[in-house]
Ligand binder design. Structure first.
Ligand SMILES: NC(=O)c1ccc[n+]([C@@H]2O[C@H](COP(=O)([O-])OP(=O)(O)OC[C@H]3O[C@@H](n4cnc5c(N)ncnc54)[C@H](OP(=O)(O)O)[C@@H]3O)[C@@H](O)[C@H]2O)c1
Length: 314
């Protein structure tokens, strides 16, 4: 962490992406939003484009990307909304994306993700959620490091989840080779990795003017729940207590990402975890918000960086 005071803002769980970026001029800024053709990625991209940024939707479904880009152009009047192919589970695809990127990059929103998928492995044998949610974004951000440094004051946004509370990084068996596969533990582990990435990346890249923060967007009904049965969702709602889950709209779900990407209140701040548009406090036992100590642990962050770099180099 670069500061010790917890960041608070005038915004809350019900704020929208458009509200948090209101009054901020991103003209001349270039942004990449992974998974920008679905769910909260669309509204994150729309808000950034609405504030004047050039936005590249980094997507694996190019038709969906083009449809989304046209929709954002129509609603914002900003014609600088581009689409580029990116499959985070395919290292060759990540490498092509970073090689093709030219010039500075001011905002990288690592938003794409897969949740609670059935046991699946990449051709390298990596567990899919860790490979997509963490390793793909790790390769992307490190591959774009020079472009981020060239922007002078770049920000990387690492979209995590309160599901990080389900699992630390199990360094002894990250890819579920020894233990039985459990989809929620795998998702939780990958989302802890998203927070730890921000801790170590900020430490390494602060001197290049790059800061990285993580966040929980809230609960939003999107395609993310495609692998979750109604039974599982009902169980999650019951576990959330009497009032159930308060779902956010995609515009509200994108607000914390956009705040972390653009708020002047986060100038020079990195390695932190936000939710509901404010920095989160520590998770308290029995609750489902706040951040786990293991997700901000600098030693685990350094170890994960090393393991990730070694894994990708194999
Ligand atoms: N929704 C929630 O309640 C919630 C809660 C906590 C955290 N989050 C986090 O928020 C982020 C966005 O989720 P969302 O709710 O907007 O879900 P979503 O609508 O399913 O969007 C996820 C995006 O990630 C993309 N993606 C998945 N695998 C990919 C890959 N291998 N390469 C490139 N892109 C890939 C998807 O592309 P395709 O359309 O091609 O599949 C999709 O565009 C995720 O990181 C998620 O973990 C969401």
């Amino acid at each position: 962490m670069t500061e010790t005071t917890r960041i608070t803002t005038p915004f809350s769980a019900t704020s929208t992406a458009a509200e948090v970026v209101d009054g901020i001029d991103l003209t001349g800024h270039r942004a990449v939003v992974t998974g920008g053709a679905s769910g909260i990625g669309v509204e994150t991209a729309r808000a950034l484009a609405g504030a004047g940024a050039e936005v590249t939707l980094a997507v694996r479904d190019l038709d969906a990307g083009e449809r989304t880009a046209n929709d954002i152009i129509a609603t914002t009047g900003n014609k600088r909304v581009l689409v580029a192919p990116l499959d985070l589970a395919d290292q060759a695809s990540v490498a092509s994306f970073t090689a093709a990127w030219d010039g500075p990059l001011h905002l990288l929103v690592n938003n794409a993700g897969v949740m609670a998928s059935p046991e699946t492995r990449t051709p390298e044998g990596w567990e899919l959620q860790f490979a997509t949610n963490h390793l793909g974004h790790f390769a992307l951000a490190t591959g774009l490091h020079r472009a981020l440094a060239a922007a002078g004051g770049a920000r990387v946004v690492s979209v995590s989840s309160s599901a990080h509370l389900r699992s630390p990084i199990v360094f002894e068996d990250i890819h579920f080779e020894e233990r039985a596969y459990e989809p929620w533990s795998a998702y939780g582990q990958s989302k802890t990795a998203n927070v730890l990435f921000g801790v170590e990346a900020t430490k390494r890249w602060e001197s290049d003017g790059i800061t990285v923060n993580a966040l929980m967007p809230g609960g939003i009904r999107t395609n993310l729940q495609r692998h979750v049965s109604q039974e599982d969702l009902d169980r999650a709602v019951a576990a959330a207590g009497g009032s159930g889950i308060t779902w956010k709209t995609p515009e509200q779900g994108a607000a914390t990402s956009v705040l972390v990407a653009t708020s002047p209140l986060l100038e020079g701040v990195g390695g932190r975890y936000f939710e509901d548009c404010n920095e989160a406090g520590p998770n308290l036992p029995g609750t489902r918000n706040g951040v786990a100590a293991y997700a901000l642990d600098p030693e685990a962050a350094a170890r994960l960086w090393k393991v990730s770099a070694e894994t990708l180099a194999r």
